[in-house]
Each structure stands twice: as structure tokens, then as C-alpha cells.
Write a protein that binds this ligand. Structure first.
Ligand code: ZN
Ligand code: ZN
Length: 266
């Protein structure tokens, strides 16, 4: 009985953490973009506007995915409890903290690219990733809009990644918190449908290694390109970058503020 109460308590705590993170990203970006809607109207990537039904579906699916993430969190907590994932419970070490943030972000991007490409294989797509692609015009609410199977694939790397990283040094809890905060921010902005990066962003050596909202938006409209999450490295290396990515990006990034709606093509 005590075990059931303990597991239920951990589960509830997990749901609260995951839901709070989702709302901070999805609702945070939605409210922010609503407040500045006039200033960014000309930066809308697609002509089609998402409907409230789209947002509702994305929200409901995200809540289901949060239930799966919370179960995976229970596995992670159990592994921490058993000492399989050592944590630094003392003062953070700044060097280790920064190294873990970089390592975990690169590892997540690599996992995401290959997992995402695999889910696009016809045998897996319908059963898993088709749910996410119901969003042809995604919004920030689509951040966690995954079917059960994809929600498992999207989160199971976390305990595995912690085990690998902790072989070098105990996990810094702040590193995990910052990596997950960065994840939801990039995820919510990447689905939000407005390109706010500046002209030249996708070509400059200083910035071209980062994905943009146009990068992932093109994935939602055309499917077979731009599988990457944070970085453009894997798509460039594997030849899966959209052939007109730069052109489509520049079309939005250079659009004049007074452009007529019909000029605002996707
Ligand atoms: Zn997406
Ligand atoms: Zn996809």
C-alpha cells in the first residue's frame, strides 16, 4: 500500500512538472504572439491560419503525451533512487554544468533526428507520427502533440542519456532543468508559425547551424525534409535539408511590414 501511495505521489508530481513546462512554452508563446500580433503579422509563414479546432486537438494530444512522459519520469526517478543515475546533490560545478548542457542538447538533437526519420518510415508513420502531422499549420500548442508510441520515443532517451552522461560526472540537476527548459522553448517557438529570425540567418556561419521556425514549418507542410530539432547539422550531412529552405526563409524574413496579405505566401 505504501508503495502505491509513493508511486502515485511521484506520478502526480511528474504530471505537474510536465504540464507546467508545457504550459510555460505553449501558452507562453501563444500569449506573447497574441500581444505582439500586429508587429509580427507580416512574418506569418503560411497563408493558412490555424483554427481553434487545430489548437484544441494539439492541446488534448499534448496532455495525453504528458501522461506518457510522466511514466517515463517515474522510470528515471526509480533509476536515480537505485543509484543507476548519480546526481550531484551538493553545490553545482559550473564547468560540469555547462558541459552537460551542451552534451545533452547535442545528444537530444541526434536522438531526435534519427528517431524522427525512423518514424517517417511508412511502416511506423501511421501508428506513431501521423498524429503530430495532423498539424499542417502548427501552433505552439503542437509542442507535445504526439500519439502514445511517439510520446514514448520522444522521452525514453532521457533516462538513457542521463546514464551515459553520468558515466563522466554525476548529473547536475540544473543542467537537466535548463536542457528541458530550452527544449520546450525551441519546441514551442518552432511550431508557432511566425519567422522572427533576420534575413541571412540561414546562411551566416554564426547562425546557420541553428534551425528556424521556417525549417520545422516546412517539415509540417512537406514532410520529407528537415527532420532536425535544434541544429541543421544532421539534415545537411544526410542530404535531407529542404532544397528551397533558404529561399522560403528569405521570402518571409525580408517581407515588408506593409505587404498585402496575398503577398504573404508560404
Ligand atoms: Zn512538429
Ligand atoms: Zn515529422
Amino acid at each position: 500500500m505504501d508503495t502505491i501511495v509513493l508511486v502515485a505521489g511521484h506520478m502526480l508530481h511528474s504530471v505537474q512538472i510536465e504540464f507546467a513546462r508545457y504550459m510555460a512554452g505553449a501558452a507562453g508563446v501563444a500569449v506573447l504572439y497574441y500581444l505582439v500580433r500586429n508587429a509580427i503579422a507580416h512574418r506569418r509563414i503560411q497563408n493558412r491560419a490555424a483554427t481553434n479546432a487545430d489548437r484544441r486537438r494539439e492541446f488534448v494530444q499534448s496532455v495525453r503525451a504528458i501522461a506518457v512522459f510522466s511514466v517515463v519520469n517515474l522510470i528515471t526517478f526509480a533509476m536515480i533512487g537505485k543509484g543507476l543515475i548519480p546526481l550531484n546533490r551538493g553545490e553545482p560545478h559550473l564547468g560540469v554544468l555547462l558541459a552537460q548542457i551542451v552534451a545533452m542538447t547535442v545528444m537530444h538533437d541526434t536522438w531526435f533526428y534519427w528517431m524522427h526519420r525512423s518514424l517517417h518510415r511508412p511502416a511506423l508513420f501511421r501508428a506513431t507520427h501521423a498524429t503530430h502531422h495532423l498539424s499542417r499549420t502548427p501552433t505552439s500548442w503542437a509542442a507535445y502533440s504526439f500519439a502514445w508510441g511517439e510520446a514514448v520515443a520522444e522521452s525514453i532517451y532521457i533516462p538513457a542519456m542521463f546514464v551515459i552522461v553520468s558515466l563522466v560526472a554525476p548529473i547536475e540537476p540544473w543542467a537537466a532543468f535548463i536542457v528541458m527548459g530550452h527544449q520546450i522553448a525551441r519546441n514551442a517557438f518552432g511550431h508557432a508559425g511566425f519567422e522572427l529570425a533576420w534575413s541571412g540567418f540561414t546562411r551566416s556561419p554564426l547562425t546557420r547551424w541553428m534551425t528556424t521556425t521556417t525549417h520545422h514549418d516546412l517539415h509540417h507542410t512537406e514532410g520529407k525534409y528537415n527532420y532536425g530539432l535544434y541544429f541543421t547539422w544532421w539534415d545537411r550531412l544526410m542530404g535531407t535539408e529542404h532544397p528551397r529552405y533558404h529561399e522560403r526563409f528569405e521570402a518571409v524574413a525580408t517581407r515588408r511590414r506593409d505587404a498585402l496579405p496575398e503577398q504573404a505566401t508560404a
